[in-house]
Design a protein around this ligand. Structure first.
Ligand code: NAD
Length: 258
């Protein structure tokens, strides 16, 4: 069903992984979609645009606020407004806190936290004009609980949940909602890197490292999929979710139930 016909969506970091799956779900539901990210743009456009609305791309590096402003201007010029904003782009780096470089810290905070502030502040005025909007932040279980060696990531993701709640409250008497989705392990390039380095560090196979990584944290032992996250996001975009405000919704194979 084309429940989002006539709506426009911007999904940051949507050339691979979770963002790509979400872009496809939104496009399948009839939305026009703005893609962003550093992956294979042609393949992403082809995959996303198969069934749905118009698909365009902007290559902003979201660690730079001026490039974010350019992306937002481009999206509004092409589609008139951004009705659905999905803050998804994110990076990861693992190191003990005493070895965590300042440069890595700054780049993770810039992308995983500050970029979401900038896109939100720039998207809200046109959402307010229509009195309708959906802001969905793809956070992580690491917005709710911590793991070691991920200080910047955990700090940024906890910050995103705070931003989600604050924005949701400011907009509580409007038709604009702001919520967070908190996935557990999803098999994407971001996680494949972690499996590869775990296998190298421990001298075990990729398959063994993958199964250990899952079972250490995710009781189901099964990866969450981008399609499942896309389906949850479509629900948050629906009228049925109009009073879901400031939620941090985990989809994590039981990770934070422990
Ligand atoms: P991914 O590496 O597949 O995708 C990240 C996307 O962000 C890519 O399109 C990449 O090109 C883009 N990107 C990276 N740096 C960018 C920059 N400076 N400017 C613009 N785009 C940039 O990763 P993923 O696993 O799909 O992660 C997507 C989001 O989901 C991230 O915020 C991540 O923290 C979160 N998340 C992932 C998992 C998981 O298990 N994969 C779990 C919980 C949360």
């Amino acid at each position: 069903m084309k429940t989002l016909s006539g709506k426009s969506a911007l999904i940051t970091g949507s050339t691979s992984g979770i963002g790509l799956g979400i872009a496809r779900a939104l496009s399948d539901a009839g939305a026009n979609v703005v893609l962003n990210g550093f992956g294979d743009v042609l393949a992403a456009k082809e995959f996303v645009g198969q069934a749905g609305g118009k698909v365009i791309y902007h290559g902003a590096d979201l660690s730079h606020p001026d490039q974010i402003a350019d992306l937002m201007r481009y999206a509004e010029k092409e589609f008139g407004s951004i009705d659905i904003l999905v803050n998804n782009a994110g990076i990861q780096h693992l190191a003990p806190v005493e070895d965590f470089s300042t440069e890595r810290w700054n780049s993770i905070i810039a992308l995983n936290l500050s970029a979401g502030f900038h896109t939100t502040r720039l998207a809200v005025p046109s959402m307010k004009k229509k009195n309708w909007g959906r802001i969905v932040n793809i956070v992580s279980v690491h917005g709710l609980v911590a793991s070691s060696h991920k200080s910047a990531y955990v700090a940024a993701k906890h910050g995103m949940i705070g931003l989600t709640k604050g924005v949701a409250l400011e907009l509580a008497q409007t038709g604009i909602t702001c919520n967070a989705i908190c996935p557990g392990w999803v098999l994407t390039p971001l996680v494949e890197q972690q499996i590869t380095s775990k296998a190298a560090q421990q001298g075990i196979s990729y398959a063994e490292a993958q199964s250990q990584l899952l079972l250490e944290k995710q009781p189901s032992g099964v990866f969450v999929t981008p399609e499942q996250i896309g389906a949850l996001l479509l629900f948050l975009c629906s009228d049925a979710a109009a009073e879901v405000r400031g939620a941090a919704w985990n989809i994590d194979g039981g990770w934070i139930a422990q």
